[in-house]
Design a protein around this ligand. Structure first.
Ligand code: SF4
Length: 125
């Protein structure tokens, strides 16, 4: 049996408690350091299935700016972030763009869309 201690900083609130998980063969045995139940929930999720909102930008054709800020519409699996960045980097979107427009649908087959986080008008002819 292999046991390990995993240290996680809880980011569920600004306090930032240092939470320690004792793990045996991938199973969480105990949780310490959290000062409220949200910290235990956060640490369990972060250990088992870490996810992040992905913020980045995408190239724009014919817009008043060359790039539009985008983000994942939901938290996505952390191991997929690098491939998602590459998929977004390969895209060029035609202006005009509106806040919430889907820029990449189902990025990396995660079921998560990448959406614009601002309006971006087209250049005037
Ligand atoms: S454990 Fe509770 S108090 Fe500590 S950072 Fe997480 S949410 Fe905040």
């Amino acid at each position: 049996m292999s046991s390990d201690t995993v240290e996680i900083t809880c980011i569920a609130c600004p306090v930032g408690c240092d939470v320690s998980l004792e793990v045996d063969d991938g199973e969480i045995q105990s949780i310490e350091g959290n000062t409220c139940p949200r910290g235990a929930d956060y640490a369990k999720e972060e250990y088992r299935n870490p996810t992040r909102i992905l913020p980045t930008t995408a190239r724009v054709a014919g817009g008043v700016l060359p790039r539009v800020p985008v983000k994942s519409a939901e938290p996505m699996p952390k191991p997929e972030l690098e491939d998602a960045m590459a998929e977004i980097a390969a895209v060029e979107v035609d202006a005009p763009i509106e806040l919430g427009d889907v820029i990449v649908e189902n990025v990396c087959d995660t079921g998560v869309d990448i959406v614009a986080t601002r309006d971006l008008p087209a250049t005037e002819e």
